[in-house]
Write a protein that binds this ligand. Structure first.
Ligand code: 13P
Length: 261
């Protein structure tokens, strides 16, 4: 049984005052939830605050990207080593919003994954097709190319990725922020496909890698999605911004048997 993982992607939201209130609410509600893993991925500017508030709790934290470079003259970039300074456990890599805004390729995303694992940070590597790609019948082809970028990592890097328990997030672009999640069957089919691709490289890792779902995951659909066999948790945008919604999703992740009632 894979332990479920629920990650809040706050995107470009928050302020010092709002973060403090939300994090304190979450700490209170999640304090007895011990059957799943939780994390918040905040804007870089708030990682210090996250470290202050979350150290020693059951909520980990991480960044929403990572530089492809190690250090040097790369204005505005944040390196893996800098993130390590703030004890980031996770880094989201290859989010579709980054792929769109900065035309990030699979190859560059793979370099970022390499930077992360070299620093001991767990990548949450995002894959997913656009609406047009799905409608054109090439969704699996697109996701396959995205996953293969990771499967083709050199031996040392792949072993490091295994050691830090790399996570894959399937986030169909057409479902993100639209209020229309993938159906459980649509998501399950792609999650299973991703697991099969990983198995071609490493069967043992394929069985234990957590493949989480993102794209309009809410308290209303969490039961249907998280009870599918290959869905190991969620990467949550909007519903991560309110304590009620996020804690409800975390509660279900701890015990999906309550979905059967
Ligand atoms: P929403 O949950 O707002 O659709 O966002 C999903 C997402 O992009 C998480 O990374």
């Amino acid at each position: 049984m894979r332990r479920k993982l629920v990650v809040g992607n706050w995107k470009m939201n928050g302020s010092i005052a709002k973060n403090k209130a939300l994090i304190n609410q979450l700490l209170a509600r999640l304090q007895n939830f011990d059957a799943a893993d939780f994390a918040l991925c905040l804007p870089y500017t708030y990682l210090f605050q996250a470290q202050q508030l979350l150290t020693g709790t059951n909520i980990a934290w991480g960044s929403q990207n990572i530089s492809q470079f190690e250090s040097g003259a790369y204005t505005s970039s944040i390196s893996a080593e800098m993130l390590k300074d703030f004890n980031c456990k996770y880094a989201i890599i290859g989010h579709s919003e980054r792929r769109t805004i900065s035309h990030e390729s699979n190859e560059k995303a793979a370099v970022r994954v390499t930077r992360a694992v070299n620093a001991g940070i767990t990548p949450i590597y995002c894959v997913g097709e656009t609406k047009l790609e799905r409608e054109s019948g090439i969704a699996k082809k697109i996701v396959e190319a995205q996953v293969l970028a990771i499967c083709n990592l050199d031996h040392t890097t792949f072993e490091r990725a295994k050691n830090v328990n790399m996570v894959i997030a399937y986030e169909p672009v057409w479902a993100i922020g639209t209020g229309r999640a993938a159906t459980p069957d649509e998501a399950q089919e792609m999650h299973h496909f991703i697991r099969v691709l990983i198995a071609l490289r490493d069967e043992e890792f394929a069985n234990r890698i957590r493949i989480i779902y993102g794209g309009s995951l809410t308290p209303n659909n969490v039961c249907n999605l998280l009870t599918m066999p290959d869905i190991d948790g969620g990467l949550i945008g909007r519903s991560a911004l309110t304590a009620d919604d996020f804690s409800k999703i975390c509660e279900i992740a701890c015990d999906t048997t309550q979905c059967l009632i």
